[in-house]
Design a binder for this molecule. Sequence first.
Ligand code: GLU
Length: 498
Amino acid sequence: MADWKEGMPPVVRFAPSPTGYLHVGGARTALFNFLFARHHGGRFILRIEDTDRKRYQPDALAEIFASLKWLGLQWDEGPEAGGGAGPYFQSLRTALYREHADRLLAAGRAYRCFCTEERLAQLRLEQEKAKMAHGSGYDRHCRDLEEARVRALLAADTPHVVRLKVPDDRSVAFHDLIRGDIAYDSAQLDDLVLLKSDGFPTYHLANVVDDHLMGISHVLRGDEWIASTPKHILIYEAFGWAPPLFAHMPVILAPDGGKLSKRRGAASVLDYQRAGFLPEALRNFLALLGWAPGDDREVMPLEELIAAFTLERVQAKAAVFDETKLEWMNGVYLQRRSAESLLPDVQAIWEKMELAHDALADEVFLKKVIAMFKERSRKIGEIAENSLYFFRDPLEYDAQAAKKYFKPDMLPRIDALLAALADLQPFAQDALEGLYRRLAEELGVSAGKLIHPTRLAVSGVGFGPGLFEMLETLGRETVLRRLRKARGQIAARGQDGN
Ligand code: GLU
């Protein structure tokens, strides 16, 4: 499909192998393919490369689908979506790969190799011993077997693989849309296996055949595949097909410059979901791993990403996975979300906490609480945890804040507050604010002298949402009860001499 011309709608694919969960690197590759297709009005195909039966993991497929959907990366063609170029599972296409391997055999571009595992192991051992830098790999033992000998071996059902005849001493070059011109010396390339002895194709054969048959115009994949590309170029040549365009995405490193690992960033997409991240935040964050819009924007919802995404702006240099930035980004998107849309996730966490409170069934109340906390949380879980005092009286008071605000001179002020709050009508934000200001004046203190101790008394901590909104939501009865309890504490402290 190299006959693709500027302006034509591109066709791209994400081609995961179901060997495990979808980690952030894979998700970034899927996202870049998706954004590229959407930006140019092209098609985004999902293809499952499941021919490696040894590494196949039955649960992986469901994880991959769920991860992509959660991130909003709906594919146009593929499993569940259908499409004319399917089936989209390579395991359902094996006859096709065999047929194509046969074509290369007939054209003299490939050959059958009958070498046993033992022979190959022996060969490797000898090569290691001789420290052969050049010419290591398969020694082409079967490349020129006589026809009659091949026929006899086949007649005896001798197990064999099919290998590509890699041409001697030439350069295999391609233009990478991100890294520029790249050339390999063919002498460095082994006569690679196309078809394994179990009749299954290797990644290389299946990948090339499918990219061609599915009309893929651009192969956008991770940097770790770059060494496979010259092999693929040779396979395209052997078939007489024009190769697609290639773009290899930069690697993603941990903040310390090391490799990403499960503990450092490379967790699965669904782990991020479980940890309380929003899909739009993770998606925005992933888009900036190796790409930037070219201005100073960072917070970019999907439509903006699609409008701005081009390959010219993908960098070749490694990207760094900065979890702190992801948390910040998540905070930004939490603020933008409605309390209503966050309700199911936050409610699920509260429910697990077994809070035994009627309010847990009161959606209006719950949404008010979420609205107060989403402004100052970085993860969904923080909303649930920091707002626990809406469901139960504080079990203790933050020690530092208590030292500062729970002093004996608070006792008469709390008494005044208790009296005024008991009669306040209505028990609502504005009226509460008016009451605090008025009372402060009467008592000859700053409003803070009443506000901070009240906050500590009702929440147990020294920070949180606006006090008057909080008091209104908690309700008169709760506020009075908690103020009385705090009063008791202060009085007891005074007697202790603290
Ligand atoms: N199946 C390969 C993977 O797991 C696909 C690589 C490619 O995009 O060519 O990533």
